[in-house]
Design a binder for this molecule. Structure first.
Ligand SMILES: O=C(O)CCC(=O)C(=O)O
Ligand SMILES: [Fe+2]
Length: 357
């Protein structure tokens, strides 16, 4: 997201270092990291039946005998959950394993080594923390490495780690193996709701993709902090890979948080704001957050698919069959600027764009 390159953020401590220095019962967590909502809101941990997020099989979508039935599941997943676990996605195990190993190794280096790819002033690309706009903003218990990965000529290699030696190659391989997954899903999503597949495809084909690799250090008072504040993703589809075996993603449904048990080998897919608006609300961009483990680090990698920077987003005519437009028009640039800087978090930003029924 080009905006990530032009938005300056206030410097804040490195969370991994902070955690390393204060991980004992005698230490107080700094005030700016204390988040009462981390433990005050109800969390559903039940992973059975209609309480668990849907599983979609890409193979079944692609085979003529099962496609229609799987499309019905996909439609329901996009309408009611905004999230699903994608299995049989075709990304080779080895490509995922290499990325996983390299990420674990990258984050386990001493801080000085990671600082070789530090964010620069006025940019969120590179190694550092998420956007911080004021000195009293609450802080997330996390560090990140954000890279623009596609198109390949937009890469800024200053921020691409050179250690481990195979890291750049791993990101490249993962990025190219996942290239068509989101585009393919978009076509099935359109088909599932009776819309011409080209309508969504043409908006995302060949556009920018960015990868946000999140590092969540453990915290002995894990229920007092948050790894990633509640938010919705701004773009089209996000492919989220849980890198190690520590769970921590929660999504909001009917006012309650649901703990997601990411399946090993699956990719978590979620819908971003742009897709909710384009689909006139048919597909839902769902609020999610990351929580912290008391004794183990957690790593995740989110691959964001963006539309063209200059896109002016409004519901597509194919999705406005009943004649009612439910969202205001907004440029993607403004949407991104709001994502990075606005005070509104969670779904509130998106709610503001809704027109009165
Ligand atoms: O770490 C996670 O599970 C969530 C990451 C996420 O939502 C993001 O990077 O936008
Ligand atoms: Fe997200």
């Amino acid at each position: 997201m080009a905006e990530a390159r032009t938005i300056g953020s206030l410097p804040v401590p490195n969370a991994q270092e902070l955690a390393g220095n204060c991980n004992g019962p005698d230490e107080q967590i700094r005030e700016r990291y204390i988040r009462p909502e981390a433990s005050s809101e109800e969390v559903i941990n039940n992973d059975h039946g209609n309480m668990s997020i849907p599983i979609i099989d890409l193979n079944k979508l692609l085979s003529p005998q099962s496609s229609e039935e799987e499309c019905v599941k996909l439609r329901s997943a996009c309408q009611y959950w905004g999230f699903f676990q994608l299995i049989n996605h075709g990304v080779p195990d080895e490509v995922i394993a290499n990325l996983r190993n390299n990420l674990v190794e990258f984050f386990s280096q001493p801080l000085d080594a990671k600082k070789e790819c530090s964010q620069l002033p006025n940019s969120l690309e590179g190694y550092g923390q998420g956007f911080v706009g004021s000195n009293d903003q609450k802080l997330d218990w996390a560090d990140m490495l954000y890279l623009q990965v596609q198109p390949s000529d937009s890469r800024d290699l200053r921020f691409w780690p050179t250690y481990p030696a195979s890291f750049r190659h791993s990101i490249e391989a993962y990025s190219s193996e996942t290239e068509n997954i989101a585009l393919c899903l978009l076509q099935f999503m359109a088909k599932a709701v009776g819309v011409e597949p080209k309508s969504l495809l043409s908006i995302f084909e060949g556009q920018a993709r960015g990868m946000r690799m999140n590092y969540y250090p453990p915290c002995w008072q894990a229920d007092k902090v948050l790894g990633l504040s509640p938010h919705t993703d701004p773009g089209g589809l996000t492919l989220l890979l849980q890198v190690n075996d520590v769970q921590g993603l929660q999504i909001k449904r009917d006012g309650k948080w649901f703990f997601v048990n990411a399946m090993n080998g699956a990719l978590l897919v979620n819908i971003g704001d742009t897709l909710e608006i384009l689909s006139n609300g048919k597909f839902r961009s769902v609020e999610h957050r990351a929580v912290i483990h008391p004794s183990r680090e957690r790593i995740s990698a989110a691959l964001f698919h963006h539309p063209c920077q200059n896109l002016v987003i409004s519901p597509l005519p194919d999705f406005v069959k009943d004649g009612k437009v439910h969202y205001r028009t907004i440029s993607y640039r403004d949407l991104l600027t709001e994502y990075f800087t606005a005070e509104l978090d969670g779904r509130n930003r998106l709610e503001k764009m809704k027109l009165e029924p």
